[in-house]
Design a protein around this ligand. Sequence first.
Ligand code: PMP
Length: 450
Amino acid sequence: MTTQAISLTTREEEQYHRRTPNSRRFFTEAREYMPGGDSRSTLFYRPYPAVIDRGEGCAVVDIDGNRLLDLTGNHSSLVHGYGHPRVLSAVERQLRKGTCFPGSSEPQLEFARLLCRRIPSVQRVRFTNSGTEATLNAIRAARAFTHRTRIAKVEGGYHGSTDDVMVSIQPSEGEAGSRARPTATAHALGLPPEVVGNITVLPFNDVHGARALIEAQGNELAAVLVEPVLGSAGMIPAERSYLEMLRGVTQPLGIVLIFDEVVSFRVAYGGAQDYFGVLPDLTCLGKLIGGGFPLGAFGGREDIMAMFDPSQGRPAIPHPGSHNANPIGMVAGAATLELLDKAMLERLNGLAGGLRDSVASAFLEAGIPVQVTGLGSLFGLHLTDRPVRCYRDTLGSRADLRHQIFLGLYNEGILIDPRGVGNISTSIHEAEIAQFLGSLKQVLARVTVT
Ligand code: PMP
């Protein structure tokens, strides 16, 4: 397999080079102005990322004119694909009225009402410009409410780029410590050591291990922060018993349970919390709720959220932001969620369930070990023969092979996330699923055939 894999890398990379000369030129120049030639580290892949010109429905077109079936939706931000007419017309109407105001606007109330009615645990909500700011404010709220500072987060969990959460996102086997008691590891240089020291890292889907750590620090912990589907680690769903344990153990200890539903919200009408039937104290949202515009939100229990209320004097937690709740994001988000009704979700999730099964069969036929994870319309591919239930389980997977498959799919006109994850939007139907599977089989055949 190794020799074949190496020769394939060369072949796929050569073809990628041939197909994307404008992207290569773009990056050569862009590096003169921006480190790495871009402003979003997660987009980089070898030899250089393709540059996108436009999106149309379920397709993107790069600046070399390659048209690709997009199974990323900007990393799960576009649940209806590109340029949905209902979202576009809501935005166009609002563009003419104004893009930002020195005051609240009706679209904010409408969207707040929609979210509070839709998400079981959200009694009050506030809007931000990103998921990063949503988790930042939720953590600050938990600390202020409990008068404690320590935060527990899950190993492999991603919650944005603030100091508190840039911990143990992708630790190497060597630095990660023991499985049941992971070592808190800085994900970037520049984090103050005391910040890292203030984070307890929980093992994911390990009911006993995580409960023991939380109970041992019960009086110190302000919050337990968890994604119901571990996104950047490869779309690994929580097991219901794990979330139930977190709910059960945090409540009596007065620890604020925060669900980061930036990615997992699309799993069910009221988010993954609705699917699992486990309600957190606070919820963070982002990506798809902005309908393609930069937007985040955090919300939950009225008594915790009351700390942001400025009407009784200076609020316990000020929450300024020049573009908070910008009306474009409000109307795009509302149109997006109105379209994403229960019937639409059922179709989408059914289609993705079939896709996960067919992808697993395609790998099996090709003789390449894979674990296909995911929930709802999310999927993750892990090139390993070990079951994947947490970040640690992904460490043995074949990153080199995954990269070849990614490039091979690009060459076939399919875009997935280079980390081997993807999702489907409502602009995708059986025909596109068949196209993806056909292309995947071609690529896998090139891996296995000498
Ligand atoms: N939480 C999760 C689960 C995410 O996946 C992300 C983004 N990938 C964030 C938070 C941060 O959101 P943003 O990129 O909008 O800051």
